[in-house]
Design a protein around this ligand. Structure first.
Ligand code: SAM
Length: 278
């Protein structure tokens, strides 16, 4: 049988993949969870019908969400990842020698378990119980409320701003992120497509730049996500990724590199307009 899965990226646009096999399909307390094996992208995690990550293109996202902040901060010892249940972001974070402890706060334990079972290449740091990683299954919004001045770097690897991820895209949450960071701390969040989520980007850029003296957006090309062009927003109390001397990358990468560390912040005109930058 010829089976296809369609992600409705907007009301008027879908992305369709040919399915080789459905490996898992279930419902957690928070969302529909599926893993499918596809001809184009290999195995893929799908939450509430939305493509999250795939074996073939995950490096374009996980390297960029992790290494840009981790190599902007000169000494990222204490790190927090919010979301990121597939384990790809924490796998990249633990590559940094300065790291002493990384907490990962994911709301949905089913995403972690399913990823360990069907996406072991992505979830390897969780699968192998990496000694520097502490996994907490709880709400990242609540976790932030109780944290005060302890993190060097916070990475918000969240799903779309609907369902359990909605509160991770609010001014109130960014205030808690600011409070949870050390005086020279910085954070990065995945902030969706600059083409399809313009209202959201305008809003969050306004909220983050009202708090953080350095607020910058950068881009990666993620084939799985709507339009391919995907944005990340950095709020930093001190370090400016464009002003630092970028260190050599001390491990092999497939997308991130030293040149890209600065050039990924070069934005097309319509994206500059969204963020109010010149
Ligand atoms: N790279 C992906 C993307 O942009 O589509 C996101 C990957 S990761 C699978 C997103 C994770 O965020 C999901 O596992 C989801 O359960 C988690 N999440 C959503 N809301 C959360 C919250 N309030 N606290 C902690 N984790 C949350």
């Amino acid at each position: 049988m010829d089976l296809w899965f369609t992600e409705f990226q907007t009301k008027n646009l879908g992305m369709k993949v040919r399915v080789k096999e459905t490996l898992y399909m279930g419902k957690s307390q928070f969302q529909d969870v599926a893993v499918i094996d596809t001809e184009q992208f290999g195995r893929m995690l799908v939450l509430d019908g939305v493509f999250q990550t795939s074996i073939k293109d995950e490096f374009t996202y996980h390297e960029m969400i992790a290494h840009v902040p981790m190599l902007t901060h000169p000494n990222p010892k204490r790190v927090l990842v919010i979301g990121g249940g597939d384990g790809g972001t924490i796998r990249e974070v633990v590559k940094h020698a300065a790291l002493e402890k990384a907490e990962m706060v994911e709301i949905d334990g089913v995403v972690v378990e399913v990823s360990k079972q069907f996406l072991p290449e992505i979830s390897e740091a969780l699968l192998n119980n990496h000694p520097k990683v502490e996994l907490k299954i709880c709400d990242g919004i609540q976790h932030m409320k109780d944290a005060d001045g302890i993190y060097d770097v916070i990475i918000v690897d969240c799903s779309d701003p609907i369902g359990p991820g909605e509160g991770l895209f609010t001014g109130a949450f960014y205030k808690d992120v600011y409070k949870a960071l050390k005086p020279d701390g910085l954070f990065v969040q995945q902030t969706e497509s600059p083409f399809f989520h313009q209202e959201l980007i305008r809003y969050l850029h306004k909220e983050i730049s009202a708090l953080f003296p350095v607020t910058r957006m950068y881009l990666s090309n993620v084939p799985l996500y709507p339009g391919g062009m995907h944005s990340f927003t950095m709020g930093s109390k001190k370090y400016d990724p464009l002003a630092i001397e970028v260190p050599e990358t001390p491990f092999a990468t497939r997308y991130y590199n030293k040149d890209l560390h600065k050039t990924c912040f070069s934005l097309p005109g319509f994206v500059k307009d969204l963020t109010g930058s010149k």
